[in-house]
Design a protein around this ligand. Structure first.
Ligand SMILES: [Zn+2]
Length: 87
């Protein structure tokens, strides 16, 4: 594992800077990339049918849950996020 060299940090944040994607955390610090997060996928009715037929279906909503607290701390309907969590 190699760490990327430290990026120079801009002294002033430019107005047009891309807002970092929000990454909510659970009270215990679990975020969606943590190994303690589990993903619940929500499919539309057609999406469920498609899965039953053996197809791949993009969930319309994904919910991230912490296995330690059993609490959902984030859910997203963003297509880019949902597509990442295709079963
Ligand atoms: Zn937690």
């Amino acid at each position: 594992m190699t760490e990327a060299p430290t990026q120079p940090v801009a002294a002033e944040a430019p107005e047009a800077a891309e807002a970092p994607e929000e990454k909510p955390r659970c009270a215990c610090g679990t975020d969606r990339d943590s190994k303690y997060s589990v993903v619940d996928r929500d499919y539309s009715f057609l999406g469920t049918l498609y899965l039953l037929w053996g197809g791949t279906s993009v969930p319309r909503k994904v919910t991230f849950r912490c296995v330690k607290c059993d609490k959902a701390f984030e859910s997203s309907t963003r297509p880019s996020v949902c597509r990442k969590h295709i079963m």
